[in-house]
Design a protein around this ligand. Structure first.
Ligand SMILES: [Zn+2]
Length: 254
Protein backbone atom coordinates (compact mmCIF):
# COMPACT_ATOMS: atom_id res chain seq x y z
CA UNK A 1 0.00 0.00 0.00
CA UNK A 2 1.23 3.46 -0.91
CA UNK A 3 0.85 6.40 1.43
CA UNK A 4 0.06 9.84 0.12
CA UNK A 5 0.11 12.96 2.25
CA UNK A 6 -2.01 15.57 0.60
CA UNK A 7 -0.73 19.13 0.74
CA UNK A 8 -2.09 20.99 3.72
CA UNK A 9 -3.31 24.56 3.53
CA UNK A 10 -2.13 27.00 6.21
CA UNK A 11 -5.42 27.18 8.04
CA UNK A 12 -5.61 23.39 8.28
CA UNK A 13 -2.48 22.82 10.38
CA UNK A 14 -4.45 22.90 13.63
CA UNK A 15 -6.96 20.31 12.45
CA UNK A 16 -6.46 16.70 13.38
CA UNK A 17 -5.11 14.28 10.81
CA UNK A 18 -7.40 11.70 9.23
CA UNK A 19 -6.60 8.69 7.10
CA UNK A 20 -8.70 7.19 4.31
CA UNK A 21 -8.01 4.32 1.93
CA UNK A 22 -8.78 4.94 -1.74
CA UNK A 23 -9.06 2.34 -4.49
CA UNK A 24 -9.59 3.54 -8.05
CA UNK A 25 -11.09 1.11 -10.54
CA UNK A 26 -10.13 0.40 -14.17
CA UNK A 27 -9.35 3.38 -16.35
CA UNK A 28 -9.34 5.89 -13.47
CA UNK A 29 -5.86 4.53 -12.76
CA UNK A 30 -4.70 6.35 -15.92
CA UNK A 31 -4.75 9.55 -13.87
CA UNK A 32 -2.61 8.30 -11.01
CA UNK A 33 1.17 8.42 -10.84
CA UNK A 34 2.56 5.04 -11.91
CA UNK A 35 3.54 3.95 -8.41
CA UNK A 36 -0.01 4.50 -7.12
CA UNK A 37 -1.89 2.58 -9.81
CA UNK A 38 -4.08 -0.46 -9.15
CA UNK A 39 -3.60 -0.58 -5.42
CA UNK A 40 -5.07 0.84 -2.25
CA UNK A 41 -3.77 4.34 -1.57
CA UNK A 42 -3.54 5.49 2.00
CA UNK A 43 -4.47 9.16 2.02
CA UNK A 44 -3.62 11.41 4.95
CA UNK A 45 -5.61 14.63 5.11
CA UNK A 46 -6.74 17.32 7.48
CA UNK A 47 -10.11 18.95 8.01
CA UNK A 48 -13.41 18.26 6.33
CA UNK A 49 -12.76 16.94 2.81
CA UNK A 50 -15.23 15.63 0.27
CA UNK A 51 -14.44 12.49 -1.70
CA UNK A 52 -14.43 14.66 -4.81
CA UNK A 53 -11.73 16.89 -3.34
CA UNK A 54 -9.53 14.00 -2.27
CA UNK A 55 -9.96 12.15 -5.60
CA UNK A 56 -9.04 15.30 -7.53
CA UNK A 57 -6.08 15.94 -5.24
CA UNK A 58 -4.83 12.55 -6.37
CA UNK A 59 -5.31 13.65 -10.00
CA UNK A 60 -8.66 12.11 -10.97
CA UNK A 61 -11.08 14.66 -12.51
CA UNK A 62 -14.66 14.38 -11.23
CA UNK A 63 -16.38 14.15 -14.68
CA UNK A 64 -14.64 10.78 -15.13
CA UNK A 65 -16.08 9.36 -11.90
CA UNK A 66 -19.21 7.23 -11.74
CA UNK A 67 -20.05 5.12 -8.71
CA UNK A 68 -18.57 5.90 -5.31
CA UNK A 69 -18.65 3.41 -2.47
CA UNK A 70 -17.61 4.12 1.09
CA UNK A 71 -17.17 1.11 3.36
CA UNK A 72 -19.27 -0.92 0.93
CA UNK A 73 -22.16 1.57 0.84
CA UNK A 74 -23.11 3.68 -2.16
CA UNK A 75 -22.24 7.34 -1.61
CA UNK A 76 -21.65 10.44 -3.75
CA UNK A 77 -18.69 12.63 -4.60
CA UNK A 78 -20.01 15.22 -2.16
CA UNK A 79 -19.81 12.78 0.76
CA UNK A 80 -17.42 14.01 3.45
CA UNK A 81 -14.60 11.57 4.05
CA UNK A 82 -14.34 10.23 7.59
CA UNK A 83 -11.28 8.90 9.36
CA UNK A 84 -10.56 5.26 8.41
CA UNK A 85 -13.04 5.28 5.48
CA UNK A 86 -12.41 2.80 2.69
CA UNK A 87 -13.38 4.49 -0.54
CA UNK A 88 -13.83 2.75 -3.88
CA UNK A 89 -14.15 5.01 -6.91
CA UNK A 90 -15.32 3.65 -10.28
CA UNK A 91 -15.28 5.28 -13.71
CA UNK A 92 -18.46 6.17 -15.53
CA UNK A 93 -19.16 3.09 -17.65
CA UNK A 94 -18.83 3.38 -21.42
CA UNK A 95 -22.19 4.11 -22.97
CA UNK A 96 -24.39 6.36 -25.00
CA UNK A 97 -25.70 9.69 -23.78
CA UNK A 98 -29.09 10.92 -24.95
CA UNK A 99 -27.65 13.48 -27.32
CA UNK A 100 -23.89 13.38 -27.79
CA UNK A 101 -22.92 17.01 -28.31
CA UNK A 102 -19.35 18.01 -27.71
CA UNK A 103 -17.26 21.01 -26.84
CA UNK A 104 -13.57 20.64 -27.63
CA UNK A 105 -10.72 22.59 -26.10
CA UNK A 106 -8.39 24.72 -28.20
CA UNK A 107 -5.88 21.97 -28.98
CA UNK A 108 -8.32 19.52 -30.52
CA UNK A 109 -8.98 20.94 -34.00
CA UNK A 110 -8.23 17.68 -35.79
CA UNK A 111 -10.47 15.66 -33.48
CA UNK A 112 -13.25 18.24 -33.97
CA UNK A 113 -12.95 17.80 -37.76
CA UNK A 114 -13.05 14.01 -37.46
CA UNK A 115 -16.09 14.05 -35.19
CA UNK A 116 -17.88 16.47 -37.51
CA UNK A 117 -17.04 14.17 -40.42
CA UNK A 118 -18.94 11.48 -38.56
CA UNK A 119 -21.86 13.87 -38.20
CA UNK A 120 -21.43 14.83 -34.54
CA UNK A 121 -22.19 18.27 -33.19
CA UNK A 122 -18.86 19.75 -32.09
CA UNK A 123 -18.38 23.26 -30.84
CA UNK A 124 -14.75 24.19 -31.37
CA UNK A 125 -12.73 27.38 -31.58
CA UNK A 126 -9.05 27.81 -30.95
CA UNK A 127 -9.38 30.88 -28.75
CA UNK A 128 -11.70 29.99 -25.88
CA UNK A 129 -10.34 30.70 -22.41
CA UNK A 130 -10.57 27.79 -19.94
CA UNK A 131 -13.23 29.57 -17.93
CA UNK A 132 -15.33 30.10 -21.08
CA UNK A 133 -14.99 26.45 -22.06
CA UNK A 134 -16.13 25.24 -18.65
CA UNK A 135 -19.08 27.62 -18.57
CA UNK A 136 -20.12 26.92 -22.15
CA UNK A 137 -20.10 23.18 -21.55
CA UNK A 138 -22.35 23.70 -18.56
CA UNK A 139 -24.67 26.20 -20.26
CA UNK A 140 -25.16 24.17 -23.44
CA UNK A 141 -25.10 20.74 -21.82
CA UNK A 142 -22.13 19.70 -23.96
CA UNK A 143 -19.57 17.04 -23.19
CA UNK A 144 -16.24 18.78 -22.67
CA UNK A 145 -13.36 16.96 -24.36
CA UNK A 146 -9.87 17.87 -23.26
CA UNK A 147 -6.45 16.50 -22.37
CA UNK A 148 -6.23 19.10 -19.61
CA UNK A 149 -7.50 17.53 -16.42
CA UNK A 150 -7.27 20.84 -14.56
CA UNK A 151 -9.89 22.16 -16.98
CA UNK A 152 -12.11 19.14 -16.33
CA UNK A 153 -11.72 19.61 -12.59
CA UNK A 154 -13.43 23.00 -12.73
CA UNK A 155 -16.51 22.94 -10.57
CA UNK A 156 -19.07 23.83 -13.26
CA UNK A 157 -18.03 20.96 -15.53
CA UNK A 158 -20.40 18.02 -15.18
CA UNK A 159 -20.01 16.21 -18.52
CA UNK A 160 -16.50 15.61 -19.71
CA UNK A 161 -13.91 13.17 -20.87
CA UNK A 162 -10.15 13.41 -20.56
CA UNK A 163 -8.47 12.19 -23.75
CA UNK A 164 -5.58 9.85 -23.03
CA UNK A 165 -3.90 9.86 -26.43
CA UNK A 166 -2.09 12.69 -28.21
CA UNK A 167 -2.93 11.24 -31.60
CA UNK A 168 -6.18 12.60 -33.13
CA UNK A 169 -7.23 9.32 -34.76
CA UNK A 170 -6.58 7.48 -31.50
CA UNK A 171 -8.58 10.18 -29.70
CA UNK A 172 -11.43 9.55 -32.13
CA UNK A 173 -11.43 5.87 -31.13
CA UNK A 174 -11.49 6.82 -27.47
CA UNK A 175 -14.51 9.09 -27.90
CA UNK A 176 -16.40 6.57 -30.05
CA UNK A 177 -15.79 3.92 -27.43
CA UNK A 178 -16.49 6.02 -24.34
CA UNK A 179 -19.80 7.42 -25.66
CA UNK A 180 -20.84 4.36 -27.72
CA UNK A 181 -21.08 6.42 -30.89
CA UNK A 182 -20.73 3.66 -33.50
CA UNK A 183 -24.45 3.29 -34.10
CA UNK A 184 -25.01 7.03 -34.49
CA UNK A 185 -22.45 7.80 -37.13
CA UNK A 186 -23.84 9.80 -40.06
CA UNK A 187 -20.84 10.75 -42.19
CA UNK A 188 -20.74 13.96 -44.19
CA UNK A 189 -23.83 15.54 -42.75
CA UNK A 190 -22.06 18.39 -41.00
CA UNK A 191 -19.84 21.26 -42.12
CA UNK A 192 -16.24 20.60 -41.14
CA UNK A 193 -15.54 24.30 -40.90
CA UNK A 194 -18.46 25.59 -38.86
CA UNK A 195 -20.38 22.56 -37.53
CA UNK A 196 -23.66 23.48 -39.27
CA UNK A 197 -25.72 20.58 -40.73
CA UNK A 198 -25.33 20.35 -44.51
CA UNK A 199 -28.11 20.57 -47.07
CA UNK A 200 -28.29 19.04 -50.55
CA UNK A 201 -27.83 21.53 -53.35
CA UNK A 202 -28.46 21.25 -57.11
CA UNK A 203 -25.30 21.04 -59.18
CA UNK A 204 -26.53 23.90 -61.39
CA UNK A 205 -26.76 26.18 -58.40
CA UNK A 206 -23.04 25.80 -57.56
CA UNK A 207 -21.67 25.15 -61.06
CA UNK A 208 -19.72 28.40 -61.24
CA UNK A 209 -17.85 27.53 -58.03
CA UNK A 210 -16.64 24.09 -59.14
CA UNK A 211 -13.27 23.22 -60.64
CA UNK A 212 -13.49 21.71 -64.14
CA UNK A 213 -12.71 18.14 -63.00
CA UNK A 214 -15.18 18.29 -60.14
CA UNK A 215 -17.77 19.57 -62.59
CA UNK A 216 -17.02 16.68 -64.90
CA UNK A 217 -16.96 13.78 -62.42
CA UNK A 218 -19.43 14.61 -59.65
CA UNK A 219 -23.16 15.18 -59.62
CA UNK A 220 -24.12 15.15 -55.95
CA UNK A 221 -23.33 18.17 -53.83
CA UNK A 222 -24.09 19.45 -50.38
CA UNK A 223 -23.72 22.95 -49.10
CA UNK A 224 -23.34 24.50 -45.66
CA UNK A 225 -26.13 27.06 -45.29
CA UNK A 226 -24.01 29.03 -42.80
CA UNK A 227 -20.63 29.42 -44.52
CA UNK A 228 -21.55 28.32 -48.09
CA UNK A 229 -18.79 25.69 -48.23
CA UNK A 230 -19.57 23.05 -50.87
CA UNK A 231 -19.05 19.32 -50.24
CA UNK A 232 -18.92 16.39 -52.63
CA UNK A 233 -17.70 12.82 -52.46
CA UNK A 234 -14.25 13.45 -53.91
CA UNK A 235 -10.95 11.71 -53.33
CA UNK A 236 -10.67 12.74 -49.67
CA UNK A 237 -14.12 11.27 -49.09
CA UNK A 238 -12.72 7.77 -49.70
CA UNK A 239 -9.74 8.41 -47.45
CA UNK A 240 -12.01 9.61 -44.70
CA UNK A 241 -14.34 6.67 -45.14
CA UNK A 242 -11.40 4.36 -44.65
CA UNK A 243 -10.30 6.22 -41.54
CA UNK A 244 -13.80 6.09 -40.11
CA UNK A 245 -14.16 2.38 -40.76
CA UNK A 246 -10.83 1.66 -39.10
CA UNK A 247 -11.63 3.81 -36.08
CA UNK A 248 -15.12 2.47 -35.59
CA UNK A 249 -13.98 -1.12 -35.91
CA UNK A 250 -10.97 -0.45 -33.70
CA UNK A 251 -13.11 1.14 -31.03
CA UNK A 252 -15.89 -1.42 -31.00
CA UNK A 253 -13.46 -4.32 -30.93
CA UNK A 254 -11.83 -3.31 -27.65
ZN1 LIG B 1 -20.04 25.82 -42.71
Amino acid sequence: MQVTHLPVKNQEYNLSMSTAYFAFIDRLNDFLPRDLRNQVIQVEFRGSQSIKHLAESLGVPHPEIGQVQVNGQERTLATITQDEDRVEVSPIPNGATAEPRFLLDNHLGRLAAYLRMLGFDCLYRNDFADKELAELAQKEGRILLSRDRRLLMRKVVTLGYCLRSLDPTQQLSEVIQRFALSARIAPFHRCLRCNHPLEPVEKEAVLDRLEPLTRQYFDEFQICPACRQIYWKGSHYDQMKKLIEQRVDGASGE
